[in-house]
Design a binder for this molecule. Sequence first.
Ligand SMILES: [Fe+2]
Ligand SMILES: [Fe+2]
Length: 280
Amino acid sequence: MIQASGGAHAAQQAERAPERAGGTAMVRVAAVGDLHYTRSSQGLLERALGPEVIARADVLVLCGDLTDYGLPEEARALAKDLAGVKLPIIAVLGNHDHESGQAEAVVEILRDAGGVTVLDGESCEVRGVGFAGAKGFGGGFGRRVLEPWGEPAIKRFVQDALDEALKLERALSRLRTRSRVAILHYAPIKGTVEGESLEIYPFLGSSRLEEPINRFRASLVFHGHCHHGSAEGRTAAGVPVYNVALPVLRRTLADGAPPVRLVELPADDGDRGPSSAARS
Ligand SMILES: [Fe+2]
Ligand SMILES: [Fe+2]
């Protein structure tokens, strides 16, 4: 498990007394994905979230496609904005962050200049809530999920999907907190892909990601990537899944509401039973 840093202001924020609901300490998680920062996006985050969201949240989760082309200068623009966010920040990368083959540099800049904890098969805890993160990958859903059969290219594609599912499984298996949040870029269920063109469903997510989420009884899932998808769904085991791609939030939230999903989770270290306290 790695330590969520959250920049210069995280320690100060972590000292703030948590809210209490029915005697249980609650942690408020704000999530958004697909910011697609370019060199000239400076200020986008602040315009999107606004100071009231930052003031209400305890943790900020970013669900990939942090940059538009995966360029270091795009990461620097985002890191500059994130450096001013007085919260622990946890992120996964998206496919766009890999576009220029400089994903490692993007991670380094976000970590060092933006105070971001980037998860790639790892987990971390913030104020008693566990977070497990991986990018995920495509392959399709249910009985139609792509199988490793035929050409080597198909087998490599499926192997990448399996590797991402294993990363998520490993990260979830390390959490002992009562509340466990899975962070992905790709969708783990078809439900939050609905609204996209049918032809591209297999490139938007994979059911292979759903299995560890159900097995380790995650409290909820955040993902991005599906700009035209649905905002909410559930896994077969009933785990809530939130598509927090920025265009989806802009489209589905009430007029004037900041495009961010705010969820409150209990922070105690109780048993590993499924949590029903998540709400938005
Ligand atoms: Fe995106
Ligand atoms: Fe994406």
